[in-house]
Design a binder for this molecule. Sequence first.
Ligand SMILES: Nc1ncnc2c1ncn2[C@@H]1O[C@H](COP(=O)(O)OP(=O)(O)OP(=O)(O)O)[C@@H](O)[C@H]1O
Length: 230
Amino acid sequence: MSDGFQPIPVTTDEPVLAAADVSVRRGSQPILEDLSLSIPAGSRTLVRGPSGAGKSTLFSVLGLLEPPDSGRVLVDGTDASGLSERQRARLRRDAIGFVFQDFQLVPDLTVHENAVLPQHHGGDRDEAWVDELLETLAVADRADRYPATLSGGEKQRVAIARALANRPDVVLADEPTGQLDPETTERVVGLLVDVQESAGTALVTISHDPSLEGLFDRTVTLRDGRLLEE
Ligand SMILES: Nc1ncnc2c1ncn2[C@@H]1O[C@H](COP(=O)(O)OP(=O)(O)OP(=O)(O)O)[C@@H](O)[C@H]1O
């Protein structure tokens, strides 16, 4: 393979999340082609790629938000393609945390109410864990405020707390710093990595931002529908 890229080797580790020969088309256009990826427990993976490469599509497929046209997505060894919509939603809720570029906080809930939301949807109640997350992410003093009164960096830190509220096996973050300035980006990603490490969860982050690379165990690039390891 040219330009320093190598195909990603198949790993024998127990992955918390795996895509096996996944393909997605939009009309006649192939977006992901026989893509395979294995996310070991507790690991940190950065996914890069040019605009339109299919990064958000990959995020949806890995997060069980959208089924692939072919291939399999396995979460904790469970093949999601064999599940009903309800079972898939439960697996998603229990095993995966999401962080979005636009935060997606609920405007009429407070910071604390937003952060505990995944636990209200059937997860185990553990308010002390949520309080600890808000503390670590330095937004505990904002607990009773509403999202509209927070800065972008604060909103994203609340969204990170929410993503970890159910102690998921893996957190998926799609351009989590896309709306933040460089200084805030550094702080937010530093804290994201801190809580990811202390929770022992795996982290998959999709980002254009080259400044993040040093914080990840590996960087993979989406190109021509396939992932290549740098
Ligand atoms: N619902 C859709 N219908 C048709 N085409 C789509 C749809 N969603 C995405 N696409 C196309 O699929 C391709 C991949 O889109 P995707 O959003 O996954 O890329 P991306 O790498 O996340 O891009 P960016 O970095 O610009 O956000 C693009 O060519 C896009 O136009």
